[in-house]
Design a protein around this ligand. Structure first.
Ligand SMILES: [Zn+2]
Length: 156
């Protein structure tokens, strides 16, 4: 059995079961299919958009959990895309603030953070790169720093 969404000449849509696609074609051609609302025998297959959309939503959900997050689009549902876009905006804003207020020290971050911490240089905001080991060492020494995912700017 196969369920078709049908639409009559008046624009009414309704569902009807058929043994198979051929049965539908035969019955439609023989005017044996009538619109339940107006009785019109002029019917054609309608797009099954709502039904398909629901089904796809359920089937795609498990895939989303394992799929890598694709910032800015891909196959993510609109809701996830919106969240991802929001996160990207927040991270880009974080980067902008850091760049506007801190001095870039490149891979000398750990060294510079130490100099500031121990008062060897005037306190100022810095940013740069550090290895995981350096970051751990800094944390062990009680030096405050933050780590943020460093995203390309929107204009890059
Ligand atoms: Zn009708």
């Amino acid at each position: 059995m196969i369920l078709f969404n049908l639409r009559c000449a008046e624009g009414h849509t309704f569902e009807a079961w058929f043994r198979n696609g051929d049965t539908y074609e035969r019955q439609a051609k023989a005017k044996a299919v009538a619109c339940p609302l107006c009785g019109s025998h002029s019917v054609e297959k309608a797009l099954m958009a709502p039904r398909i959309a629901k089904k796809r939503g359920r089937e795609e959900a498990p895939q989303q959990a394992v799929a890598p997050v694709a910032p800015g689009g891909g196959e993510m549902p609109a809701e996830d895309r919106a969240k991802a876009a929001e996160l990207l905006r927040a991270l880009r804003e974080a980067r902008r603030l850091v760049e506007a207020n801190c001095d870039y020290v490149g891979d000398r971050f750990a060294e510079e953070a130490r100099r500031i911490h121990y008062g060897e240089v005037e306190k100022h905001g810095i940013y740069g790169e550090s290895t995981l080991e350096e970051a751990r060492a800094l944390a062990d020494e009680g030096i405050e720093f933050g780590r943020i995912p460093w995203l390309p700017r929107a204009d890059q």
